[in-house]
Every structure is written in C-alpha cells, then in structure tokens.
Design a protein around this ligand. Sequence first.
Ligand SMILES: C[S@@+](CC[C@H](N)C(=O)[O-])C[C@H]1O[C@@H](n2cnc3c(N)ncnc32)[C@H](O)[C@@H]1O
Length: 257
Amino acid sequence: MDTIRESVRAKYAETAITLRDGGSCCDTSCCGGSDAISGPIGEEEYSRADVADLGLSLGASLGCGNPTALAQLHPGEIVLDLGSGAGLDVLLSARRVGPGGHAYGVDMTDEMLALANENMSRAGVANATFLKGTIEDIPLPGSAVDVVISNCVINLAADKSAVLKEAFRVLKPGGRLAVSDMVELEPLPARVKTAMDAWAGCVAGTIPVDAYRAAVSGAGFDGVEIEITNSFGPGEAGLPDGSGKIASAFIRASKPL
Ligand SMILES: C[S@@+](CC[C@H](N)C(=O)[O-])C[C@H]1O[C@@H](n2cnc3c(N)ncnc32)[C@H](O)[C@@H]1O
C-alpha cells in the first residue's frame, strides 16, 4: 500500500512541477491527459468564464469530470475536496459558497499544495485552505463539512473503503458526497493491474461499479447513485490493446440525517 501511495505521490509531484513551469497536465500522462483518460477536461465540464475568472486555465485540471457542478453548492456551505491537486475545484467551490462559506482541499503532495496556494493567491480567493494530509486520514474533525467532492482521486487509493469512511466521518449529518472518478467496466489484464504507472495514471486502481457502490454504502452512505459518463476500451485512455474497459463516472450519495 505504501508503494502505491509513494508512486502516486512521486508522479503528481512531477506533474505539479510541469504545471508550474507552464506546461499543461497533458504534457504528462495523468487523469486529465489527452493520451490518458478523456482528453483535457474542457468546456463540457467547466464553464470557461468561471475558470478564467480565477486566472486559471483548464490545463490546471487533472480530473475526469466536474464535481463542483455535480454537487450544486450553496452560499455559506463548507466544502472539502479530496486530492485537490492544483486547486481548481477548491477555488471554484470557494466562489460558489461565497464569503460566508469555506472550501478546503486536502492533498498529500507538497508540490501540488505549493501550486494550489499560488493559484489561490493569483485568484484572490480568501475563503479556501489547502491542507496537507492523506484522504485515508483526513486532517479535519468529524461532522465538519456540508459537502465532500473529489475529482479522479479515489481510484488512486489502495484502500477505497478507508477513504469513503473518512469522507463519511467528516460530513455533517445530511451532508452530500459528489465525486467524479474512474471505474472498471470490464476486467483489465493482470499486467496492467500491477503496473505502478498505470495505477498513478488512474487506470489500474479502478474497481467495478458494484464494488464501488458497495464501498460507498458500506461506509454508511444512503442514496448511492453511480452514473457512467464516458467509457474507454482497449487502445484508449492508456489501456493496452486486447482487453479491458474503464469509464469516468459520477458518484453521488448522502450521509443520513
Ligand atoms: C489525478 S490528480 C487530481 C487532482 C484534482 N482533483 C483535479 O481534478 O485536478 C490526483 C491528486 O490526488 C492526490 N492524491 C492521490 N492520492 C492521495 C492520497 N491517498 N491522499 C492525499 N492526496 C492524494 C495527488 O497528490 C494529486 O494531487
């Protein structure tokens, strides 16, 4: 498990440096990379105006969807983004919840946290905080947030159940979970499942939809909904020719009152 986390951390440290040097995530293979999952996350998912208003470009997204749209955030709410990367979803959330609300991001990679803090300064956002930590052990107290979002990160964790239990713990009763993630639709070859670069590229760590639903329910959530958004077969999204299929998906659920 530590090997997986360290490979993921090293990969995203490198990606953060590429982004900071003016490259886009698509210069390296990552969850939003053109040769990886779905092409750069673009206008279909994010409003260009919202992103430009933050002084950022869509290249700052390494995600596979837009959980901030999925979550329908309201003024005054407290939001937490698991694996916040360069910070785009946190900063968009901060704008949506307004000065009476707050957006937190948690990430384990120092280089990503540095980039996210630079992006926050550039955007002039005052109601956001980036925390260093792992999503398996979130550095916030229980019942602290209204909404947990995450964009293409839970698949990277070796123990998805631990992450979902932590998301449940930090949510207030009635709080919402709104996640974009990758799932496995057809089994991937063993050589892909065990390749660390495929794990860090959001391919090898994917689990089937039923297993994902069971992990969300098992953490205590109600009303679990999983919607497939884009699917990728052999030869696409970093999958080798031959077999296997993965997809991006929206996952929604809520913590019972
Ligand atoms: C694919 S990027 C997604 C970043 C961001 N959510 C986005 O949409 O642009 C994955 C991010 O999750 C972080 N990450 C991966 N596994 C993590 C873990 N177990 N705990 C904390 N952060 C993690 C990485 O450091 C990286 O910044």
